[in-house]
Write a protein that binds this ligand. Sequence first.
Ligand code: JFZ
Length: 389
Amino acid sequence: MRRVAMLVIFMAVLGAQPPCQGLAESGPAAKPPAPNADAMRRWQDMRFGMFIHWGPISLKGTEIGWSRGKEVPKDEYDGLYKKFNPTQFNADEWVAVAKSAGMKYLVITSKHHDGFCLWDSKLTDYDIMATPFHRDVLKELSAACKRQGISFSTYHSILDWRHPDYPTDSPGGSVPKTGADMDRYVTYLKGQLREIIENYGPLGIMWFDGQWEEPWNHDRGVDLYNYVRSLQDDIVINNRVDGKPVPGSPAAKYRVGDYGTPEQTIGGFNRQEPWETCMTICQQWAWKPDDKLKSLPECIETLVQTVGGDGNLLLNVGPMPDGRIEPRQVERLKEMGAWLAKYGEGIYATRGGPFKPAKYVVSTRKGNTVYLHILAWPEETLKLPSLPA
Ligand code: JFZ
């Protein structure tokens, strides 16, 4: 009894984590450290980033992850990598497009729900090195970001419907797998995150997703959060790292994750909890031929309304199977960049408010300066919303 207690104290002193095996049984991991304040500030100041969803599924033009076992039969989906050869991929061009849009950071899918890995992973053969393309996309992109002064980050799906050890399968996690082993899967997940951070880091953000299924839970989320911070302390981690409470255990006392992630919608005015809206420039996350492109006013108003509510905007593009970002999307992004070249002072490194964003008037501030973004002037006089008390 006494030896067990001593061991626990010893581990706490060292700041070490209990082993993850049997985590659900052995109770929650140590309460995680507070977000790194400098990293949070750096990330919030950037305000505008590029999200990239990409993989062999772009050959079909259907949605990444979700179309596996639906629009595209599983066997066909899983074999697409053999034909994935985006010879026109040029990392410096992608980064230049982000820069020309006025974006300051970039987040790319290292692995989506389909399990395909866009980098040279030693832990699986289902990766970019198994394709005829045979070039490490994360390596080239992270290097280009460094060269051009853009913060590099990755999106990583916790769930993996193809991996034999992850307990659910496509379509959409509705089918249980036999022989799966979640503890073994978490070892794989952590090993891959280590590869990404060590080989392509330091990263700005680790953007988790796919946390909502039963195999994931709060305790595993806390453990994973601690693990990623132990690899790089000044990394920012989104709130999709956390999971539902372990079945049968009391509700979690706290949540992990440094910021909120409203999806395809502009977050509400909130200066207490950092947040980032992620939104597609068209309608699908992955590339779809002739997908409906948002207009320039729509794109700019989304950015202004988001920043005025004190959030960041992560605007998504899905590159084509040949490796290029669609020219009409590049055009739209450049138009946003031209607007930002003129009005960026009222966007970058600002905070939302003091007025709550309204339909036609949105405010941001920096020091003693308040910036008013007037989106329309429909009446004789411009009425400002009332100031929050
Ligand atoms: C998730 C992903 O599934 C999606 O493909 C994309 O990567 C986006 C940024 O994040 O969005 C979700 C998450 C959950 C559901 C739908 C979309 N859901 O549970 O229906």
